[in-house]
Design a binder for this molecule. Structure first.
Ligand code: DGJ
Length: 753
C-alpha cells in the first residue's frame, strides 16, 4: 500500500497514513504550537481534525487534568514557558535568551521513489532560528522516520544545548513495558525490560560510539500483555553511531513519551548565521502483531531502505567526491540509491573466514595461505585477514596508525596473498581500525596533537590506544587517504572497520573557545563522510562495522555497512542469547556469526561442531576457528554444513523470521524463517544443558498455510500445515544430551502424496 500524508488546511492537521499505521498532529495556538493527536492504527482522514477540535485548542496542562478533557501534548517541544517535562530543543541566543518561541512558517510535501516526506518549518521570529521537522513514510511499511534540521537565520550565533531528533508520544494506556537492549563487551544486545512508572528512565551512550552497554532501540507495549505472536507494539530505533540519549518519561500529566537523539552530555553546537545542523533520523513503527511482527518490519525495512543506502537525512560527504563516483545516498542520479529510491536490495552475504581467533597478531604470508587453502576446501567465499598485518603490529601495544604492510610478515606486500586467495575462488577482505592510534607508532610520534585530549590532563589509554580527532579536517583527510590507498593498491573486496575503545578526554585544545564540544557530533559525521566517500570511490567494496564486537550496531552505520560483527564472544550458547537481542531490530543478513573452536577460548565451553554451525547459520555465516587444527572429519562435516547453509541462505537472510521459542522466556531458542512467497521454510533450534527427563517439546510453527502440505527436504516426511501449526514439528529425536540443535528444511507442495 502506498504511504500518504494528508493535510486538512481548514483544521490545520496532518495525517500520515503508512501501511496500517496512522500518525496525526495539528497546529494550535495560531500556529505557535504543534499538538500530537495520534500514533497507532490507521485513521479515517476526518479524525485528526475532530481530535484537535475536541481538545478545544487548549494548551497542554503540566499536571493531570481535573476536567477529564483530553489533553494534547506538544509534538516537538522547544523549551520555554511552563514546560517542565523533557523538551525537544533548547537553544541559547547571543543576548542570553535561552528559551524558544516559534510560529509555523511553511510546509513542503514531496514524493520520491517509495517515500513521501513532509517538512514543517517553525521559526522563532525574534532570532531567526528555524526548526524544520521532517516526517517520512514508506510505501508498504509501517515505519515512520523523523528528524529535525536547525537553521540559524538571524545575525547572531545560536548555541544549541539540546536537540532531539524526534519526540514520540504514546497513547494513554496503563502499565507500559519497555524492552531494550543492554550488555557489555562479549555480552551485547541482551533483551531487558522495565515497567515504566511516573518519572524518567534514561538510557544512553556517553562513549562516542553506539556502545556495547545499551543500544538505541526500544519496544513499548501497554500492560505487558504483548507476546511474540500478538499484541500492540510501538518500537523505535535511532540512526546514530555516536553518543546518544533516549528518555522514556511518564509525565506528571500522565502521558508517556520516548524522545532523544544525540547525547547532550558535554555537547553543544554553535550555529553561525546561515549554518544548518541536521539531526540524525529516528525511525519508529507501530504494529498489533506482537514482537515478532515488529522485528519482521524492521528487518524488511532495513533491507529495502537502510543497508548501504547512505545517510538517512541526505547529509552527504562534502569532501573526497569524484565526479565519476558521487557519494551513495546522494541526490537522484547517484550511482547507489539512497533511502526510498528504487534499486536492488542488498545481495546475499558470502560465507566468510576470519583469521583472528586462529592467529591473533601472528599473521604471515604462509600461515594465511595455509588457512585460505583449507577455508576454500570447505566452501568459504570471502577470506578476511584480521589485525596484525601492518607495520609494528606484533601485539596491541604498537602499530595502530601506521597503515603500511609489515614486510617481515608479507615480504612482497599483500598482493601475493590476495592473488592466492583469488585463485582459490575467494574474494579478499582486510581489517582496519582507522580512527585509532597507538602512542607507539610513527603517526603519534609525528602528530601527538591529532588525538582527543585536554591540556594538563592524562591521555587515558584503553587497549594501549588513543582516539584520533576526526573532527579535524586534516585528520579526516588523512584517514580517508590511508584507506583509499589500501583499496586502490590492493584488490580488496571487503573492509572490516573496527573501533576498539570509547572516547575519553574529548578535547581539542586548539579550538578552545570555538565550540570544541562539537566533536561528539563532528566525529560521527566525519566517519560517515569518510566511509560514504570510500564506498563511492570503490563501489565494489563492502564493509563490516565492528567495535570490539557489537559496539557499533545501529541504523546509521548500516547505511554504510553490509554487516555487523555481533560480538567478540563466539561461544555458541552465549550467542543464542546475543542473537535473540540483535535480531529484534537488525536483519539476519547483517548479523555476522562465526563458527569457532571448541572449547571456546572465552568460556571454555564445549559444543559439537554441528551445534556451533546451527547457531551461526541463523545469521551471515562465518568461520573463525583455527582450520589448521580441524581434523579431516571436522573439515568434511564443515563442508557439508556450509553446503547446506548455501541452500538455506536465501531464506535465512532474506526471509521472514518467526521466533518459535525465546531463550529468555523458554530456556531454548528456535527460529523459523519463511521465504516471502511462503514456499520455503527453515527451522533452526538450539537447546542448552539438558533439562533431564528426555524429550523436547515439539516446535509449533507459524505463518504456514494450514491446508498446504510441507515436505521435509532431508527425511521426505510430509506434514499438513495445520498439523505443524497446532501439534508442531517433532524434533526431540535429534536432541539427546547438552547443546543439541536441529535444522529442518521444509518445502511447501501443492498436495499431500
Ligand atoms: C576486536 C574485534 O571485535 C575482533 O574481532 C578483532 O578484529 C580484534 N578487535 C582485533 O584487534
Amino acid at each position: 500500500m502506498a504511504a500518504d500524508i494528508w493535510h486538512d488546511q481548514a483544521a490545520g492537521t496532518w495525517l500520515i497514513q503508512a501501511r496500517s499505521t496512522g500518525y496525526a498532529f495539528g497546529l494550535a495556538d495560531d500556529g505557535a504550537a504543534l499538538r500530537h493527536l495520534h500514533w497507532g492504527p490507521g485513521l479515517p482522514a476526518e479524525v485528526p481534525a475532530a481530535l484537535l477540535a475536541a481538545a478545544g485548542g487548549e494548551p497542554p496542562r503540566w499536571e493531570r487534568s481535573r476536567s477529564g478533557a483530553r489533553e494534547l501534548p506538544d509534538e516537538y517541544v522547544p523549551w520555554g514557558g511552563l514546560r517542565f517535562d523533557e523538551p525537544s530543543l533548547k537553544a541559547e541566543y547571543a543576548d542570553g535568551t535561552r528559551s524558544t518561541e516559534w510560529r509555523f512558517a511553511a510546509q513542503r510535501l514531496t514524493r520520491q521513489g517509495a517515500t513521501v516526506t513532509l517538512e514543517l518549518d517553525f521559526t522563532d521570529p525574534a532570532y531567526g532560528l528555524t526548526a524544520t521537522l521532517f516526517y517520512r513514510a514508506y510505501d508498504r511499511f509501517d515505519v515512520i522516520e523523523r528528524w529535525a534540521v536547525l537553521r540559524s537565520g538571524g545575525g547572531q550565533p545560536v548555541v544549541i544545548r539540546q536537540a532531539h531528533s524526534a519526540n514520540w508520544w504514546l497513547p494513554d494506556r496503563a502499565g507500559w513495558r519497555l524492552r531494550y537492549l543492554h550488555g557489555g563487551w562479549g555480552a551485547e544486545t541482551r533483551v531487558a525490560q522495565a515497567t515504566l512508572g511516573p518519572g524518567k528512565l534514561v538510557l544512553e551512550s556517553r562513549r562516542g560510539t553506539t556502545s556495547h552497554q545499551f543500544n538505541p532501540w526500544f519496544s513499548l507495549d501497554p500492560g505487558g500483555q504483548t507476546t511474540e505472536r500478538g499484541g500492540e507494539v510501538w518500537s523505535g530505533a535511532l540512526a546514530w553511531s555516536g553518543s546518544w540519549k533516549l528518555i522514556y518519561e511518564l509525565t506528571s500529566a500522565g502521558h508517556l513519551h520516548a524522545c532523544g537523539g544525540v547525547n547532550d552530555f558535554d555537547w553543544a553546537q554553535r550555529l553561525l548565521p546561515g549554518d544548518q545542523f541536521v539531526l540524525p533520523s529516528f525511525a519508529a513503527l507501530y504494529t498489533d502483531g506482537g514482537f515478532g511482527a515488529a522485528s519482521r518490519e524492521w528487518h524488511a525495512w532495513a533491507r529495502a531502505h537502510v543497508i548501504g543506502r547512505g545517510d538517512r537525512t541526505g547529509v552527504t560527504a562534502p569532501r573526497w567526491r569524484t565526479a565519476a563516483a558521487p557519494p551513495r545516498g546522494g541526490p537522484a542520479g547517484s550511482e547507489t540509491p539512497g533511502p526510498g529510491q528504487p534499486g536492488p536490495g542488498p545481495r546475499l552475504r558470502p560465507v566468510l573466514y576470519n583469521s583472528w581467533e586462529a592467529t591473533s597478531f601472528a599473521v604471515s604470508q604462509d600461515g594465511q595461505e595455509r588457512l585460505a587453502e583449507r577455508a576454500a576446501r570447505i566452501g568459504v567465499e570471502l577470506f578476511v585477514v584480521d589485525d596484525g598485518w601492518f607495520r609494528g603490529r606484533r601485539h596491541d601495544h604498537a602499530g595502530l596508525g601506521d597503515w603500511t604492510v609489515d614486510e617481515s610478515k608479507f615480504p612482497r606486500g599483500l598482493d601475493p596473498l590476495i592473488k592466492r586467495v583469488n585463485s582459490l575462488g575467494m574474494t579478499f577482505g582486510l581489517w582496519v581500525e582507522p580512527e585509532m592510534v597507538n602512542p607507539d607508532s610513527d603517526l603519534y610520534r609525528a602528530h601527538p596533537d591529532w588525538v582527543y585530549h585536554f591540556a594538563h590532563r592524562t591521555r587515558t589509554e584503553h587497549r594501549n590506544q588513543l582516539v584520533l580527532n576526526l573532527a579535524r579536517p586534516d585528520v579526516a583527510d588523512w584517514v580517508f587517504g590511508q584507506v583509499d590507498r589500501l583499496l586502490t593498491e590492493n584488490n580488496i573486496d571487503f573492509i572490516k572497520w573496527d573501533m576498539n575503545r570509547p572516547f575519553s578526554e574529548p578535547g581539542w585544545p586548539a579550538e578552545a573557545g570555538n565550540n570544541p564540544e562539537r566533536i561528539w557530533v563532528d566525529h560521527v559525521r566525519s566517519l560517515y563522510a569518510i566511509v560514504d566517500a570510500l564506498r563511492a570511490a570503490h563501489p565494489g567494496v563492502e564493509f563490516e562495522s565492528c567495535s570490539g564486537g557489537g559496539g557499533r550496531a545501529d541504523l546509521g552505520i548500516l547505511g554504510r555497512a553490509e554487516q555487523i560483527w555481533t560480538s567478540d564472544n563466539t561461544d555458541a550458547w552465549d550467542r543464542v542469547l546475543i542473537q535473540e537481542g540483535f535480531t529484534q531490530v537488525f536483519p539476519a543478513q547483517t548479523m555476522m556469526a562465526w563458527v569457532t573452536d571448541s572449547p571456546n577460548w572465552w568460556t571454555e565451553r564445549r559444543a559439537s561442531l554441528r551445534f556451533r554451525f546451527h547457531v551461526a547459520m541463523a545469521g551471515a555465516l562465518g568461520i573463525g576457528g583455527d582450520l589448521s587444527r580441524w581434523t579431516e572429519r571436522e573439515m568434511a562435516e564443515a563442508a557439508e554444513l556450509i553446503a547446506t547453509y548455501k541452500l538455506i541462505r536465501p531464506v535465512v537472510q532474506q526471509g521472514r523470521l518467526y521466533r518459535l521459542a525465546s531463550i529468555t522466556a523458554d530456556a531454548y531458542g528456535a527460529h523459523e524463517y519463511l521465504s516471502d512467497d511462503g514456499t520455503q521454510v527453515v527451522i533452526l533450534a538450539w537447546w542448552g544443558p539438558s533439562p533431564g527427563g528426555g524429550g523436547r517439546p515439539s516446535l509449533r510453527l507459524a505463518a504456514l498455510d494450514p491446508g498446504a502440505c510441507y515436505c521435509d527436504a532431508d527425511s521426505g516426511q510430509q506434514y499438513w500445515g495445520a498439523e505443524l501449526l497446532s501439534e508442531g514439528l517433532p524434533v526431540s529425536g535429534a536432541l539427546r544430551g547438552d547443546f543439541g540443535s536441529a535444522l529442518v528444511r521444509l518445502a511447501r507442495s501443492p498436495d499431500r502424496t
